[in-house]
Design a protein. Sequence first.
Length: 294
Amino acid sequence: MIPYRWPAAEYPAGTSLRPLITAKSLAILLSEINLKRLLSASSLIVFALVVFALAAAASAGAQDFKGFYVGGYAGGASTRTGAHTTTIFSATGYFATTSVPAIAAAGNMRFPQTTFNGGGQVGYNFRYSHFLLGFESDLGYITLTGTASATAVYPCCGPTAFTITQTYKTRGLFTARPRIGIVWGHMLIYATGGLAVTGVHYNETFTDTFATAAESGRINRYQVGYSAGGGIEYATSRHTSIKAEYLYNAFNSSTTSTNLTAFGPPVIGFPTNIFTHSVSIRAQAFRGGINFRF
C-alpha cells in the first residue's frame, strides 16, 4: 500500500495537498504489480499444460479405428409405408368425372409396422489425427409387409361401389455408405449416408359392382433408394468395438397399367383410363452391432 498524508492541518494555508510517495512505497507497488503478472502468467501456463496433458492422454488411449473390419448387427425397424392408386378421366373411358377423385382418395393407404432387422457389414477406415473417413457396406434381413383394402360408393352411381386392395412386401436391405466421424479416446462419433437397395413386391386389384370392372397392377423389382443416419462406436479393445446406429431408408417405386375391363361377356377394354400405382417406403432402423478389425 502507498502511504498518503492528507490531513490539511499539517500544511500552511495555501499549500496544495498532494500524496507523498516514498521510494519504499514505490518499490512495494511495483512488487505487487509484478506479482500479479507472474500469477496470471503462471495460471495460463498451468492451464495450457493441463489441456496439453489431457489431449496427450486422449491420443495415447485412443483406438485408431483404421483399417479393414467385419461385423454384424441386429435391431428393430419401423415404417409408415404408403401405397397409392390413381386413374385419369377420359371422354372415351369407363369412369365419370366424379369417380376419379373418389378412386384417388380410396387408393391412398398407409401401412404402419415394426419389425426385426439384422445382418452383417464390412468396411475400411482411414484415420487423420482425430478425424475418420471410411466406407461401409452391409447386407441384412428386413421384411416389411402390409395389406389394405378400401371400398367406396361411386359419387355418380350409388349404391354401386368399387374396391381397391393393395399389398406390398420388401425383401432384404443392402447399403453402401461413406462414413465421416471424430475419434476421441475410445469413442467414434460418425455420420453416414449413401446408396440403399431393397426388393419391392407390390400388387393391386380394382373391382366394382357397376359393370364388374376389373384392373390390376404389379411391381416386382429391386429398387434403389438412399440411406442416411449416424451412430456411436466404442472400442472395447484394439481389435473389437461395439456400436449403436440409426439409419433412415427411403425407396420410391411406381408403375402404370392400362388393363381396365368391364361389362361382358365379352369384356370391353378401356385402355384410356390409365391407372398409376406407386409405393413409398420409409423405414427407420435402430440397431446395435459389433466390429472386428484386422
